[in-house]
Ligand binder design. Structure first.
Ligand code: HEC
Ligand code: HEC
Ligand code: HEC
Ligand code: HEC
Ligand code: HEC
Length: 427
């Protein structure tokens, strides 16, 4: 209720509602309904409500291995800065209007102070910053142009990036989307230049507010990989947008040469559409792998990476398994399930385009001994979060066991390939 009370506070001297009254996304609906609707389905809106976040944050706070506000500094930046929470263990008591990465947070960013861990400054002055240089007057808020919120300016990637890279206290650079982007051709000055917002906030012509001139309206759903496991606005639309994005992210070529002694299969994958590694960010919690099925006369005689929907990837005994996500390990060498306890990282993700002249495709080969295959089917599969990660928190009593069944497994459309017939390649 605290947010609602705040919203009733006095008007500012120039007759516009106070900065406190601009905190609630509800205050934007009347003039920017499309922005609010698409944001509601985004992981930015969900960041502090995500039950896995709540569970993992509780584990982090309890461990004492990170500062109590480490996780909420990015997942609930407004609630933290207003003192509505100190460590995120009471987020359910914080007014919903202050949870997650809200409109008022991004649009009042006024400085970038580092390249990780949410090191940005927040003005909280009621001035909405954006990419429009000549904004129309609004009775709700003052407006201002800021390069931090202009997809055509380099600084906008720095602003996204400061919140998208995680460095643990001992220095491990665990989540590195910004650093990865910085190493791609998209971060260079040239025709290929693409900021985070270029790819993640696609624009279409329209009016930004009623009565305003024709401009470009940017979609705020920002699909990536993560999905809401609980009932959440725009859930189906968000999943469809993720599928659509993933279907276009990689290119794939499957080549098969059957011979009397053995059949050689090779799969070449190239990350063409992401401006960073795939998977990126929380790559260590993702599970991304290649499924292969080889047949002869309709019978499956070889397979790798085949698991059922509710099955854990780490339960599969498969020496040929090709997994493409990073692996974070804890001090005792086991797989990290809680971010804060990671001490080491093995990088396996598919890198983004470094330069048009530098090939960055990756080829993997399987040698199926003693079988002349006449059909081979492959697909790359991606689970936003591994079931072993969920089980870790379910077993500790921090996460509802029913959520396990809600975790999807996406097939990346462009990688679903089937070969049959003479030796050769399909793409
Ligand atoms: C009463 C209508 C109204 C409400 C309510 C409203 N806005 Fe606006 N907003 C406008 C108008 C008008 C513009 C300027 C549009 C233009 O020039 O095309 C604008 C522009 C913006 C811009 C772009 C500024 C720039 O210079 O690039 C942002 C960002 C913004 N609003 C955010 C918000 C947020 C966040 C809320 C909710 C807290 C909100 N607005 C509520 C009317 C409103
Ligand atoms: C993660 C940061 C982020 C969040 C959260 C966010 N925005 Fe934006 N917003 C942007 C960026 C980036 C742009 C694009 C600016 C550009 O390149 O012109 C933008 C643009 C806008 C604009 C200007 C018109 C346009 O489409 O370019 C409005 C209005 C706006 N946002 C309203 C909102 C509202 C309302 C919310 C909450 C419901 C919200 N934004 C949440 C980052 C954010
Ligand atoms: C206050 C820090 C913050 C800022 C600033 C921020 N983000 Fe995020 N972003 C987050 C958090 C936290 C999540 C994850 C929520 C979750 O999955 O629980 C997220 C999620 C996302 C996702 C979805 C990831 C997935 O796996 O599904 C995308 C895409 C994204 N952000 C892009 C952007 C872009 C583009 C910008 C700049 C315009 C931006 N973000 C600015 C904190 C931030
Ligand atoms: C050239 C387009 C492009 C650029 C530039 C780009 N992205 Fe992405 N991004 C994608 C695509 C495509 C995906 C989906 C594939 C994937 O998961 O990596 C994606 C996925 C993501 C995800 C989910 C990653 C995962 O695997 O969990 C996050 C978070 C994200 N982007 C943030 C950012 C940020 C922050 C920047 C800027 C530093 C950025 N992106 C720049 C295209 C882009
Ligand atoms: C620098 C800002 C930042 C910090 C600090 C941070 N996160 Fe995140 N978190 C993000 C972003 C951005 C994403 C989305 C990443 C992606 O899609 O790859 C994310 C995704 C997640 C997710 C969903 C994906 C997954 O890995 O399961 C969980 C859960 C999560 N964070 C928990 C935490 C916990 C717990 C902490 C503290 C130990 C923490 N985060 C600290 C920015 C941050």
């Amino acid at each position: 209720m605290r947010g609602a009370v705040l919203a009733l506070l006095a008007l500012t001297s120039c007759g516009r509602p106070s900065p406190e009254a601009q905190l609630d996304p509800e205050a934007c609906v009347s003039c920017h309904p499309a922005h609010v609707q698409s944001w509601r389905g985004s992981m930015h809106a969900h960041a502090a409500d995500d039950p896995l976040f709540v569970a993992m944050n509780a584990a982090a706070v309890q461990s004492g291995q990170v500062e109590p506000d480490f996780c909420v500094s990015c997942h609930a930046p407004v609630a933290l800065r207003l003192g509505e929470t100190t460590d995120g263990t009471d987020l359910d008591e914080v007014d919903p209007s202050l949870r997650g990465v809200t409109c008022a947070f991004c649009h009042q960013l006024d400085g970038v102070e580092g390249d990780a861990n949410g090191e940005v400054s927040w003005a909280h002055d009621g001035v909405m910053r954006g990419g429009i240089a000549d904004p129309m007057r609004s009775v709700q808020h003052r407006s201002a142009y800021s390069p931090l919120l202009d997809r055509n300016a380099t600084e906008s990637s720095d602003a996204c990036g400061a919140c998208h890279d995680v460095r643990l206290p001992d220095g491990l650079h665990l989540e590195r989307t910004y650093a990865e982007w910085d190493a791609t051709i998209f971060a260079t000055d040239g025709a290929a230049r693409q900021s985070c917002a270029h790819c993640h906030l696609p624009g279409r012509p329209g009016v930004v507010a009623p009565g305003g001139p024709e401009r470009v309206v940017h979609d705020h759903a920002m699909p990536g990989v993560d999905v809401a496991l609980v009932d959440w606005p725009e859930r189906d639309a968000q999943r469809a947008a993720i599928q659509d994005l993933l279907d276009r992210t990689l290119t794939a070529e499957l080549c098969v040469s059957p011979a009397a002694g053995a059949t050689e299969i090779s799969l070449t994958l190239e990350n063409v559409a992401a401006g960073h590694d795939v998977p990126s960010g929380a790559s260590h919690d993702r599970r991304m792998w290649v499924e292969v099925r080889g047949r002869r006369g309709g019978e499956v005689v070889y397979d790798s990476g085949v698991i059922a929907d509710g099955e854990r990837l780490d339960a599969l005994v498969d020496p040929d398994l090709v997994a493409l996500h990073d692996v974070a390990t804890t001090r005792d060498g086991s797989v990290s399930h809680s971010i804060f306890d990671a001490v080491d990282l093995e990088e396996r993700a598919l890198v983004g385009a470094p330069d048009p002249l530098v090939p960055h495709a990756r080829t993997t080969r399987w040698n199926v001994a003693g079988a002349v295959l006449d059909q081979v089917d492959v697909r790359v599969r991606l689970r936003p979060v591994g079931l072993d990660v969920l089980d870790h928190h379910i077993d500790a009593g921090r996460l509802d066991a029913d959520l396990r069944a809600e975790m999807p497994t996406f097939d990346l459309g462009s990688t679903v390939l089937s070969w049959s017939g003479p030796a050769g390649c399909v793409r």
